[in-house]
Design a protein around this ligand. Structure first.
Ligand code: NDP
Length: 329
């Protein structure tokens, strides 16, 4: 028997409810690798899936948790053997397939990545999908020419998961980081991660009035989208790139094409879910190298399975700071 957060749907009312239950290995879906899950975390999508699913969950009962790290317990695939430490993000695990909010998970070998040296399972989930995606965003900016010493890099939604990890990695790599936050009380936290300037959210909240403003930013990791992303596009330096990661502020993009045409600005889309294996390995290796562990530690709020319904609601309201680490041991 092992513990899991199970979301069930009432057949009559259609309402869902989440609670901690005992399951057996026979309850798990068929797949090649069984993992003893040690840590998971809380992402925006988890908030949706703990609730009614928002169209993400395929069938109930459901075990959410879009990412986890743990140790292989049994494997029918030659790439993994018992004792291997692994991490999983993406592939619609926790949405269409049972996920990491359980002490055991059974998943496809193709979905796993071996943990790199220097990263334990707790640190891997302190990073989680949010931090992994932040690293993908930084890598995409670098692939498009971002180098330290050429000006400030903007991070939006900075006190959230993606933003916190992006801030810490960029600062460690020698970039000047300007952190946008709607929570002024998090200034000390963000400066501790390495931000050299705090930009109040209101400064970028208004919709675009002029398609081009002063050239302020040499790069941007954007977790917010919406009107803020549109404003930021008009403030990028000539030839600079924005990595679009999230939609915490909205899915619309009330922008003009002028920054693309007159300043050669690039808008780079970042998807973590279907990322090819080689790039996943590269991103986890970069995380182990370029994310200082003391900075990661400062981002962590510890949690248990029992805390998840509350935390799921909190993340949907943008009220989670940094990274939640769910201990399943
Ligand atoms: P968090 O909730 O931890 O962080 C989001 C942050 O955005 C908040 O902490 C807040 O930061 C800011 N924010 C929230 N609401 C608003 C608003 N209305 N206007 C402006 N800013 C706002 O989420 P994550 O960091 O985990 O994820 C960020 C986004 O990235 C989400 O939309 C998520 O779905 C997406 N995502 C995408 C992935 C991909 O593969 N592309 C992978 C992972 C996440 P502050 O308080 O500092 O202002």
């Amino acid at each position: 028997m092992f513990k899991a957060l199970v979301v069930e749907k009432d057949a009559e009312s259609g309402k869902t409810s989440a609670g901690v239950k005992e399951l057996t290995l026979a309850d798990l879906p068929e797949a090649e690798v069984t993992v003893a899950v040690e840590y998971s975390t809380v992402n925006y999508k988890d908030g949706l899936c703990i609730g009614p699913g928002g169209g993400l969950v395929r069938s109930y009962p459901h075990v959410p948790g879009i990412d986890f790290a743990g140790t292989v317990e049994a494997s029918d695939d030659a790439r993994y053997k018992p004792g291997d430490r692994v991490v999983l993000t993406g592939w619609r695990v926790g949405e269409a397939h049972w996920g990491g909010y359980a002490q055991k998970a059974r998943v496809r070998a193709d979905w796993l990545v071996p943990l790199p040296e220097g990263l334990d399972t707790r640190a891997a989930m302190a990073v989680g999908t949010a931090g992994f995606t932040a690293m993908l965003a930084v890598m995409a900016l670098e692939d498009h020419g971002l180098k330290p010493g050429h000006g400030e890099v903007l991070v939006t939604g900075a006190a959230g998961g993606v933003g916190s990890v992006a801030t810490a990695i960029l600062a460690h790599l020698g970039h000047e980081v300007a952190a946008v936050t709607g929570r002024p009380e998090q200034e000390g936290y963000l400066r501790g991660l390495g931000a050299s300037r705090i930009v109040p959210r209101e400064e970028l909240a208004e919709t675009v009035k002029r398609p081009l403003e002063s050239e302020n930013w040499t790069g941007c990791v954007d977790a917010v989208g919406g009107a803020m992303l549109a404003r930021v596009l008009g403030q990028m330096k000539y030839g600079a790139s924005v990595a679009a990661v999230g939609l915490a502020g909205g899915a619309g993009l009330p922008a003009t094409v002028i920054p693309f045409l007159l300043r050669g600005v690039n808008l780079l889309g970042i998807d973590s879910v279907m990322q090819p294996y080689a790039n996943r390995v590269r991103a986890w290796e970069r995380i182990a190298r370029d994310l200082p562990m003391d900075k990661l530690e400062a981002m962590i709020t510890p949690a248990t399975l029992e805390d998840l319904p509350r935390l799921g609601a909190d993340i949907l309201k943008g009220q989670v700071k940094g990274r939640v680490v769910v201990d399943l041991n």
